[in-house]
Design a protein around this ligand. Structure first.
Ligand SMILES: C[S@@+](CC[C@H](N)C(=O)[O-])C[C@H]1O[C@@H](n2cnc3c(N)ncnc32)[C@H](O)[C@@H]1O
Length: 206
């Protein structure tokens, strides 16, 4: 895996007006690919990358400030197995990430947008299941955590009713890999809802 070193940015370039495949040589380097969608401060990404140096980790977030901040840490620490993408989740999954490339997709504490009229702003709105199915390898995993019970139930229903996925026991990450939002909710004694799914096979329409 090409090493990210001092002064070499880990940020991948994405032009959403161009279809995927332009600047993705990194995707074809060896190692399983894991994606943290809405990576926030990058706490999980950095801890995961350190624990699994042979895994490629891609952090995606629509807030450029957050991506740049993580990039400064990645370059300062010379972390080789992290890349970053400043993009909208849906565009990144549909247009940038190669098909059948991703072993694990993490979506931790996606903004719940609780008001009904804002639901279309959610990461899990529109047709996210198709985009997620496209990028996962066969038996690739999707791990989700949220503090918002209604949103959790909506997400579970979305994947439970899709025959291309099957529910599996949710993962519990070690303390050092918990995200800032998870630590914050747990410190406040608030519940955290988790679910995990595996990509099974193609949908068979009966
Ligand atoms: C509530 S924070 C959670 C951050 C982190 N996953 C954690 O658990 O600490 C949600 C993150 O997702 C990002 N985000 C929200 N909607 C997004 C979207 N449509 N596309 C990409 N990133 C998004 C936000 O900028 C923010 O960093």
């Amino acid at each position: 895996m090409p090493a990210a070193s001092e002064n070499v940015s880990a940020i991948l370039q994405f032009d959403s007006s161009v279809s995927h495949g332009q600047d993705d040589a990194w995707f074809s380097t060896s190692g399983a690919l894991e994606i943290d969608l809405g990576c926030g401060s990058g706490r999980f990404l950095l801890a995961r990358a350190a624990a699994f140096p042979s895994v490629k980790l891609l952090g995606i977030d629509r807030m450029q400030k957050r991506i740049r901040k993580i990039d400064r840490m990645v370059t300062r620490m010379g972390i080789a197995n992290i890349r970053l993408l400043h993009a909208e989740a849906t565009e990144a999954l549909r247009q940038f990430v190669p098909a059948s490339s991703t072993s694990v997709l993490y979506v931790f504490f996606p903004d719940p947008w609780p008001k009904r009229r804002h639901h279309r702003r959610r990461v899990f709105s529109g047709e996210p299941v198709d985009a997620i199915h496209r990028i996962l390898v066969p038996e690739g995993a999707l791990h989700i955590a949220t503090d918002h019970r209604d949103y959790f139930e909506f997400i579970v229903e979305l994947f439970r009713t899709d025959s291309r996925f099957c529910a599996v026991p949710a993962i519990e990450l070690p303390e050092e890999q918990k995200t800032d939002f998870e630590l914050d909710f747990l410190n406040q004694g608030l519940p955290v809802w988790r679910c995990s799914f595996l990509k099974t096979g193609p949908r068979i329409d009966m």
